[in-house]
Design a protein around this ligand. Sequence first.
Ligand code: FES
Ligand code: FES
Length: 209
Amino acid sequence: MPIVRTKSQKMCADFRPCPPMSHESAAIAIGPSVLGSAAVDQTVLAAATAATSDSVKVNLNINGRKYALDVDPRVSLLDALRERLQLTGSKKGCDHGQCGACTVLVNGRRINSCLTLAVMHEGDEITTIEGLAHGDELHPMQSAFIDHDGFQCGYCTPGQICSAVACVKEGHANSDDEIREWMSGNICRCGAYPNILAAIKDAKNKLHT
Ligand code: FES
Ligand code: FES
């Protein structure tokens, strides 16, 4: 199923990439600037720590490796990947399902990892951008993005490539319009869309020959 976007979302008028914020960094950001007290800082940090006392175990299979984690049940898959496993290829753009920067493959299907909880993926096969290459050999989609300059700043690129791999595999890359429609959940603020389209068409030909 394509990720349905409003026209304004497709035009990425409100897309603002921002760095991920951990509990600790959030507490630091809130403490000194707003509350201005070391004692209050400790309270905020204690609260953040207390939230993890309800952690649950989950076994994740990511890029062919198994990981056993104790996570807060409210932790998104994206935050588990980035902040617990240092798999920072998947990016946090909007953190609420609008930009596609966090796209990963779960059992071969593309999903926004910011919109799903880590604990929901016990036993699932998860592939991130780090898992597409075979050693030093890039996935054909990765090579095609390089060959066609399918990026500028590169922030959206891991999500674009994961989504493009699934788009071709789903059989939704048979025309320019079809690719545009089925890639519409992945926003590129730099507007590299013509090059992304060219890369996907090139990779599709290579994957099917
Ligand atoms: S970070 Fe934007 S859709 Fe997940
Ligand atoms: S957002 Fe910069 S390359 Fe797509």
